[in-house]
Design a protein around this ligand. Structure first.
Ligand code: NAG
Ligand code: NAG
Length: 361
């Protein structure tokens, strides 16, 4: 049935960026948007039960998110999700980004929807959300996370380049509107992807990507630092879209390559006359970092039943649809919300970053 194969390929290829055409045969890449479920000063992994936690996060995914998430199965406590896959009640969160004007006040940077790929109109409309990727470079050999699993990647105290985070944490300065410069896989192009925030105004905004480790100890759903139960392959972090080397014997189980993507709409702040007079970086993450090296991301697994495993076992799924995995439309997804626990202004000009006593200069 060659013609059907060819037709199917043509339909996909049309909507696929050039760099993805080079992917290995058979691999599956779920790439889907999750709209914002809440912005709040909570961190159930690092500061469970602490209200408010030290810095602001933006959270997407299921409405089971709260300050004290234990290792119980969040797919059973959540009743709705903001994600395109309607059985994904996971929570995904990152720090927020702010612009610091010359007068020392901060304004939150909003986010754009994702670039349109794979004929996916859900993810283009997630403005304020996060684009999530689960890659299985070898379908059938990747084990989905278990209920209660959670992990953290990155270190909010980091302010200098960390070799271990190469290809794991990066920024791309979009050179024009409509995601100008989206020509190669995230964090793979040393000429255009930087490990620190781009120092120049970016005409199309700034995309940030953060990737999680791909090996698991096979036993622990969590660990005291939320990192020790996962690891990188022995050869170092895998390239996005490839398996990388073998998993170490301490962490022998291959888990999906999880990656988050956020497109920060920095374009309202591109007037350099408003940037700090000393030439310093005007964009700050909510934890007080204007280098970008401290970018971090949190994950609480919450897919219902074996839905994610089904996706990871499927071959050639690209984008926000895969075989019989259940989807929802963007309108009901956006209705899913979590009530804010810490009442704070997120959108005005702020004299300091919430929770941070930043010196004004
Ligand atoms: C968080 O959700 C869990 C599960 O629904 C619940 O047991 C717990 O009391 C909630 N915690 C807070 C602070 O709301
Ligand atoms: C600080 O600068 C911003 C950007 O020009 C402006 O919108 C805001 O009103 C200023 N705030 C104060 C307190 O001067």
């Amino acid at each position: 049935m060659l013609w059907t194969t060819l037709l199917a390929f043509a339909a996909v290829a049309e909507a696929m960026p050039k760099w993805m055409e080079k992917r290995q045969g058979g691999m599956t890449m779920l790439r889907f948007g999750c709209a914002q479920v809440v912005i709040d000063r909570l961190d159930p992994l690092v500061n469970p039960g602490v209200i408010p936690s030290p810095h602001v996060h933006q959270i997407v995914g299921g409405n089971g998110f709260n300050a004290t998430m234990t290792t119980s199965d969040v797919s059973k406590t959540a009743t709705c999700t903001t994600c395109a896959f309607s059985k994904d009640f996971s929570n995904y969160w990152t720090a927020n980004l702010y612009f610091k004007a010359r007068n020392g006040t901060y304004k939150r940077v909003k986010q754009l929807g994702a670039a349109r790929q794979f004929n996916d109109d859900f993810s283009t409309a997630i403005d304020g959300g996060v684009l999530v990727y689960y890659v299985s470079a070898q379908p059938g050999k990747v084990t989905a996370f278990k209920p209660g699993f959670r992990m953290l990647v990155g270190d909010p105290t980091s302010r200098k380049v960390d070799a271990n985070m190469k290809r794991q944490n990066c920024y791309r300065c979009y050179t024009g509107p409509n995601f100008g410069g989206d020509t190669s896989a995230p964090c793979m192009d040393a000429n255009i992807d930087t490990q620190s925030l781009p120092p120049q105004p970016c005409k199309g905004g700034i995309r940030s990507n953060i990737l999680f480790p791909t090996c698991w100890d096979g036993k622990n759903l969590d660990s005291p630092d939320h990192k020790a139960h996962v690891a990188y392959p022995t050869s170092g972090p895998a390239n996005f879209l490839s398996l990388g080397g073998n998993c170490p014997s301490t962490h022998p189980v291959r888990i999906p390559q999880l990656m988050y993507e956020v497109v920060w709409d920095t374009t309202p702040f591109n007037d350099k006359s408003q940037w700090p007079a000393d030439g310093s970086q005007p964009f700050y993450f909510s934890y007080g970092d204007n280098t970008g090296y401290g970018q971090h991301a949190d994950y609480v697994f919450g897919w219902q039943d074996d839905e994610l495993q089904k996706g990871m076992d499927a071959t050639n799924c690209m984008g926000a649809k895969c075989k019989d995995m259940k989807n929802q439309a963007i309108a009901p997804a956006k209705q899913c919300q979590v009530k804010t626990a810490v009442k704070e202004d997120h959108d005005g000009w702020l004299s300091e970053l919430p929770g941070m006593e930043m010196p004004m200069h």
